[in-house]
Ligand binder design. Structure first.
Ligand code: GLC
Ligand code: CA
Length: 546
């Protein structure tokens, strides 16, 4: 496998609206991000995935873009964006812009033109169909944000497709003019000095609408190769595609080096497995380790030698890692560190979602009016109207709603967690007096310093980046463990995913393994006897000496 600089990098995701507000309007902004670059540099990350900051009516917090080449006024200016790119670079950090080209905002000039009439030259930038025989939508395709995926344009009597909100009309990727515009826009961003792109719902761009094949359409990979050739393929850029539909076989198509597509994709098997078969994320299944292990093992194995994994527990659409996979109560610190160890000791590029490095938790607002996310609000309305109780829906929202990850970053113990001097656009999690950056920096054994150590270890030890993965104790109910091997080195990684003390019997060949304990958060470990007793949520990685 040819080595790439981003194999050993760690990415930090910023959700700008919730990161840091510099002017007291209650909304995070570019000035706020710039003011925290030293903090990120201290963590050691070298890439930032910046969720959208483009001009937008903010129907979906910026994933509805009305101008790809300007910055939303509430976030700042293009000059500040240039400054952010520049200031980040001085700290050896590159910025990945969020590329949202499955759809635009309904306020994008292309769509405003398209609305003017069926023979407008821009009409074909979007996807229009005549009504069904009964006058209703062309088919029963359902939007991910609730309701029909077709919206009626009264003036023409035609419907347009929107897979997300009706204010996010889908672009028509069967139209080569769309390609030209998107390619040119991407090249202008690359010329501004960014490090690459995170590509929003990229698996949806090749859709075959009339067959109702929305993800993984027949043109998908050809379109991505074309994007690569026309734009980022010309330089040493990082690209990560969001692909909810990806199987390991698909991921190989996206990320195998000789395919000239993307660096890697986000897949969501480890997330979706805790969703309900019918109610999806709105009826959460409890975390269960054996299925989780099987899924991680499957992906580690499938992309072992070709392609590349992205590694993440959380993002702005998902619950908080420690709440979902760990213990947000008594063992919050231990389980957050264990999850960090596990993530950084797998093969792939790790992503840290803002606040994860201090163990931020899910939020539980009692009142639906305290939520801001369009998906949460729409689906609450739709499902409660369909007869599901308020209580049941709130359980689902508390477990999996997107606002869990969108409450403001908790910087200190001052009002609003130091995020804003004004009124925050969404409530701050009430636990900010205990969980905040200032406290974490002051405590030498905090979650933050554990993350920092892991980020640094990946730069020092190629085995963490390139070592082969082999699961151990696959049948164990509480322990997720594996070996990484590279040349004559072996790294043993053990994670206790439970609040139990676990007596782990070691196979004969592991007796007496000792070496350098690269990371731990109880006592440093060696395998002296025939078993070890693991503490609740203990994790460690032991580099075996020869
Ligand atoms: C992606 C984004 C999500 C957004 C959706 C539509 O899944 O991560 O936040 O709502 O695409 O753009
Ligand atoms: Ca602001």
């Amino acid at each position: 496998m040819k080595q790439k600089w981003w194999h050993s990098a760690v990415v930090y995701q910023i959700y700008p609206r919730s990161f840091m507000d510099s002017n007291g309007d209650g909304i995070g902004d570019l000035g706020g991000i710039i003011s925290k670059l030293d903090y990120l540099h201290q963590l050691g990350i070298t890439l930032i995935w910046l969720s959208p900051v483009y001009r937008s009516p903010m129907d979906d917090n910026g994933y509805d873009i009305s101008d790809y080449e300007d910055i939303a006024a509430e976030f700042g200016t293009l000059a500040q964006m240039d400054e952010l790119i520049e200031q980040a670079k001085r700290r050896d950090i590159h910025i990945l812009m969020d590329l949202v080209v499955n759809h635009t905002s309904d306020e994008h000039p292309w769509f405003l033109e398209a609305l003017k009439s069926p023979d407008n030259p821009w009409r074909d930038f979007y996807i229009w169909r005549k009504p069904a025989a009964n006058g209703g939508p062309p088919n029963d395709f359902h939007s991910y944000f609730g309701g029909s995926g077709w919206a009626l344009d009264e003036a023409s009597g035609e419907y347009y497709l929107h897979q997300f909100s009706k204010r996010q009309p889908d672009l028509n990727w069967d139209n080569p003019r769309v390609h030209e515009e998107v390619h040119a826009m991407m090249n202008r961003w690359l010329a501004r000095g960014i490090g690459g792109f995170r590509m929003d719902v990229i698996d949806l761009i090749g859709k075959e609408v009339d067959k109702q094949i929305m993800a993984n359409g027949k043109n998908l990979h050809a379109l991505i190769r074309q994007l690569n050739r026309a734009t980022f393929g010309k330089g040493d850029y990082v690209t990560v595609g969001e692909a909810w539909s990806a199987s390991p076989e698909d991921a190989l198509l996206y990320s195998a080096e000789d395919r000239d597509e993307l660096s890697m994709v986000f897949q969501f098997d480890h997330i979706k497995q805790f969703w309900d078969e019918h109610a999806g994320k709105w009826r959460s299944q409890p975390f269960e380790l054996s299925g989780f292990k099987a899924v991680i093992d499957k992906w580690q194995t499938a992309l072992a030698h070709v392609g590349w994994n992205s590694l993440f527990w959380s993002n702005h659409d998902l619950p908080r890692a420690v709440s979902k996979f760990g213990d947000e109560g008594e063992y919050r610190e231990a389980s957050a560190k264990m999850l960090a160890t596990a993530l950084h000791c797998l093969k792939g590029t790790p992503y840290i979602y803002q606040g994860e490095e201090i163990g931020m938790t899910n939020v539980r607002f009692d009142n639906i009016d305290d939520y801001r996310d369009i998906e949460t609000l729409n689906l609450y309305r739709e499902r409660v109207e369909a007869g599901i109780s308020h209580e049941e829906m709130m359980l689902g929202i508390h477990a999996n709603g997107r606002d869990n990850a969108r409450t403001p970053m908790q910087w200190d113990t001052s009002a609003n967690a130091g995020f804003t001097s004004g009124t925050p656009w969404i409530g701050v999690n009430s636990n900010y007096r205990d969980i905040n950056v200032t406290a974490a920096l002051a405590q030498p054994d905090s979650i933050f310093w554990h993350y920092r150590k892991l980020v640094a270890l990946r730069k020092q030890h190629p085995i963490l980046v390139y070592g082969d993965f082999q699961q151990l104790f696959a049948e164990h109910l509480h322990v997720f463990a594996w070996l990484r091997t590279l040349d004559d080195q072996t790294l043993l990684v053990i994670n206790n995913f439970s609040r139990e003390r676990v007596m782990l019997k070691l196979p004969q060949e592991m007796h007496g393994w000792h070496g350098e304990c690269l990371i731990h958060h109880y006592a440093p470990r060696e395998l002296l006897g025939s078993s070890i007793e693991l503490q609740p949520y203990e994790s460690f990685a032991l580099l075996i000496g020869r």
